[in-house]
Design a protein around this ligand. Structure first.
Ligand SMILES: Nc1ncnc2c1ncn2[C@@H]1O[C@H](COP(=O)(O)OP(=O)(O)OP(=O)(O)O)[C@@H](O)[C@H]1O
Ligand SMILES: [Mg+2]
Length: 446
């Protein structure tokens, strides 16, 4: 009902003004909240941008067309290109190594996992740097890939240095054995050369006497003088024991040559073993590498075990052979220790087999020691895990062996073991240089 009563109208107006003022206040509050939220959003965006720039790993975001859309500062540093040069580049021009398919990434994402592997990032100028690459699929309105690459150059360098240091440490540990190895042939070289010198002196006396006899004859000496000289010659010949010397001398010279050859072999093996790290994979004869290792470790196993060698025909294998020598040595020394612990004085047997196993070269080193107890099987590849007393083991042998075989050569290192019967370690190296990482594993035989 409408009214013209001024008092009623004034009251209504007052109420309306009151509502407007409440709405105004609410609006102001909302506006302040929106303002503060946008401030916070801006601050978050800025700090996320700062974070994106400052992350110590390279971040590369590829759009649904597979082209690079965004990068951070670390990427620019690693790749050596400016942002404008990089944006729009396809994945394959930046990384070498296979790119997982979108389906694979989707499957991994469904399991809450991220694709991770070692790849190489191409730098300006053509160099490649090793990186640990993880790829995440952002499967929103447009599919995009977020790649995070961590520079592994320094880690690789340190690993190579550690490997070299441990190799030099092994040589240090083996030094007295190697010295003994050299000393034994040197001793029989010495004995043989000594015998040859005495024999030469005796033969020289016979030759000189027979030359004197010939001269007397040519000079027309009297028969009495000739007879006396003949007597002397006979006596000198008898003293020299010519038949004995003529029979023994060639053998002594052969033994001296053998000894020198053996010393040269040991020196060569020591040099080959200490081969500096790094560089490209090079074709090498793994059977020879096994023999090199046996030569320098001879002093370690000769009192403990017999070696049964069963080396098959192997093609040359692309590898870092100095590093594989170290792996074979570590496995051999572990076998020696296992036999020492189990046999308490009696000799054991170490079996070394090499074969082509499908597309891999296989080297198996087995012992008839006590086996690896089940409770430690999961841990033997852990760095610094050891069951040996200080001075006998530091727990690095298998960790290094695994890093060499699995990471450096993309091969596998596995073992079989049986309590009281022994253990066998299997090193498998791809015959063709590989592109994917495989894993190490274990299998126990009971
Ligand atoms: N052939 C084997 N038989 C029985 N146990 C073994 C054998 N090889 C390795 N192990 C076990 O695995 C552990 C780890 O071996 P690893 O070679 O890494 O270290 P280590 O031999 O103890 O020390 P290091 O090799 O650094 O001198 C050993 O301490 C031992 O318990
Ligand atoms: Mg060891």
């Amino acid at each position: 009902m409408s009214t013209k009563d001024p008092a009623v109208l004034a009251r209504r107006l007052a109420r309306a003004e009151e509502r407007v003022s409440i709405l105004e206040t609410m609006l102001e509050d909302r506006a302040r909240e929106v303002y503060l939220a946008s401030q916070r959003l801006q601050a978050t965006t800025e700090s996320l941008t700062e974070l994106f720039k400052a992350v110590p790993g390279a971040i590369l975001v590829f759009g649904s067309d597979g082209l690079l859309e965004a990068v951070n500062g670390e990427t620019l540093r690693l790749v050596g290109h400016s942002e404008s040069e990089l944006i729009g580049e396809p994945y394959g021009r930046l990384f070498s190594g296979p790119q997982p398919s979108i389906d694979t990434l989707r499957e991994l994402a469904a399991m809450g996992q991220v694709f991770r592997g070692e790849h190489q990032l191409r730098r300006a100028g053509g160099d490649r740097i090793p990186v640990l690459l993880s790829i995440t699929l952002l499967d929103g309105a447009s599919v995009s890939l977020v790649c995070v690459a961590i520079d592994l150059t320094e880690r690789k360098k340190l690993e190579a240095e550690l490997l070299h240091a441990s190799k030099l440490e092994s040589i240090g540990r083996l030094a007295s054995g190697i010295a003994h190895e050299i000393n034994t042939p040197i001793q029989f070289v010495g004995d043989s050369v000594h015998f040859a010198r005495e024999a030469f002196a005796a033969i020289a006396r016979v030759v000189v006497q027979s030359m004197a006899l010939t001269r007397l004859q040519q000079d027309g000496a009297s028969s009495a003088a000739l007879l006396t000289a003949l007597d002397d010659a006979g006596q000198i010949q008898a003293e020299a024991d010519l038949p004995f010397l003529l029979e023994e001398l060639p053998g002594a010279l052969d033994r001296a040559l053998d000894g020198l050859h053996r010393v040269a072999e040991i020196v060569k093996a020591t040099k080959a073993f200490a081969h500096p790290p790094g560089g490209e994979l090079r074709p090498a004869n793994l059977n020879k590498a096994i023999e090199t290792t046996l030569t320098i470790a001879h002093g370690e196993y000769e009192r403990v075990a017999d070696i049964q060698l069963d080396l098959g025909d192997l093609p040359l294998v692309a590898c870092h052979v100095g590093e594989l020598n170290q792996v074979f040595l570590n496995l051999l020394i572990n076998a020696v220790h296992a036999i020492e612990d189990q046999h308490q004085g009696s000799r054991g047997t170490i079996t070394i087999v090499s074969r082509v196993d499908r597309d891999q070269a296989l080297v198996a080193i087995g012992d008839n020691g006590g086996g690896i107890p089940e409770r430690v099987q999961q841990r033997i590849f852990d760095p610094f895990f050891t069951t040996k007393e200080v001075g006998r083991g530091s727990g690095q042998g298998l960790a290094i062996a695994r890093s060499v075989v699995v990471e450096r050569h993309k091969g596998t290192l596995t073992f079989e073991t049986a309590a009281g019967r022994g253990s066998t370690f299997f090193v498998r190296i791809p015959l063709r240089p590989p592109t994917r990482t495989s894993t190490s594993g274990l299998r126990a035989v009971r």
